[in-house]
Design a protein around this ligand. Structure first.
Ligand code: ADP
Ligand code: ADP
Length: 228
């Protein structure tokens, strides 16, 4: 479980991004943060793997304050998928996915079988794709690799910041379906940022609506639709 207790964030230039945020994200939940641009979604997400630290308040994971985790272990335990496709262009797909397992010094055989397994999980044939470079894949395929990479070291939590927003509508719908299906299979916690309510309603177990750095409503898609 990830818990935010009275978390606020003011950036160095004085911008107040979050005010007194309280949130509880359960294990294995598909949790969606939604709201207009600038409402604090990315700030909230980045705090979970300490790319940003709060100005005040406490964030804990499994009852332990995240500030007390070793930062590398925390980041290995929390996969991150960005909006902009962030694969290393000079590296093959296999090398891109293997970065964290190699940092963790898994043996070569285990890394290779993990890469194959992950590519299968995200719907890419390892024999066809693992030796290619990112620019030999479509945008949707590259995001699939991004998801595989985030899952590589078997994290407990996966953070996704508008991962599909740069894709064409058809690839996007397919990836939404596939990520929901994948999550049901692997039962990891996913925290997903979007500004698209249709996407949120389609994929979320629970949706957190944010506005101007505050939580407006948290509920299931059913709650959100019936008690706006
Ligand atoms: P969202 O992801 O919902 O678009 P963000 O969390 O990125 O919102 O931003 C929340 C607010 O904080 C915005 O007003 C944004 O401009 C501001 N902000 C984000 N990052 C920084 C930063 N590094 N320095 C100053 N202000 C920032
Ligand atoms: P998003 O696409 O999630 O809205 P942004 O374009 O707001 O992302 O932010 C991209 C990057 O710029 C982030 O790392 C964010 O922290 C930073 N950033 C956003 N707003 C500001 C700001 N007002 N001043 C400085 N950095 C900012």
């Amino acid at each position: 479980m990830i818990k935010f207790s009275d978390v606020s964030k003011q950036y160095a230039d004085g911008t107040k991004a979050l005010t007194s945020l309280d949130l509880q994200i359960e294990d294995g939940e598909f949790f969606v943060l939604i709201g207009p641009s600038g409402c604090g979604k990315t700030t909230t997400l980045k705090m979970m793997n300490r790319l940003i630290d709060p100005s005040s308040g406490v964030i804990s994971m499994d009852e332990k304050e995240i500030a007390s985790y070793d930062i590398h272990e925390l980041r290995w335990d929390i996969g991150y998928v960005l909006q902009q496709i962030a694969l290393f262009p000079h590296m093959t797909i296999e090398e891109n996915i293997a970065i964290v397992p190699e940092l963790k010094k898994w043996d070569k055989k285990k890394v290779q079988s993990r890469v194959d397994e992950l590519l299968e999980m995200v719907g890419l044939d390892p024999l066809v794709y693992k030796n290619r470079k990112p620019d030999e894949l479509s945008g949707g395929q590259q995001q699939r690799v991004g998801v595989a990479r985030a899952l590589a070291a078997d994290p407990q939590v996966i953070l996704m910041d508008e991962p599909f927003s740069a894709l064409d509508p058809i690839s996007r719908e397919k990836l939404q379906d596939d990520v929901v299906e994948l999550q049901q299979r692997i039962k990891k916690t996913i925290v997903f940022v979007t500004h698209d309510m249709q996407e949120a309603l389609k994929i979320g177990d629970r949706i957190c609506i944010m506005k101007e750095g505050r939580v407006v409503q948290v509920g299931t898609p059913h709650d959100i639709l019936h008690n706006p």
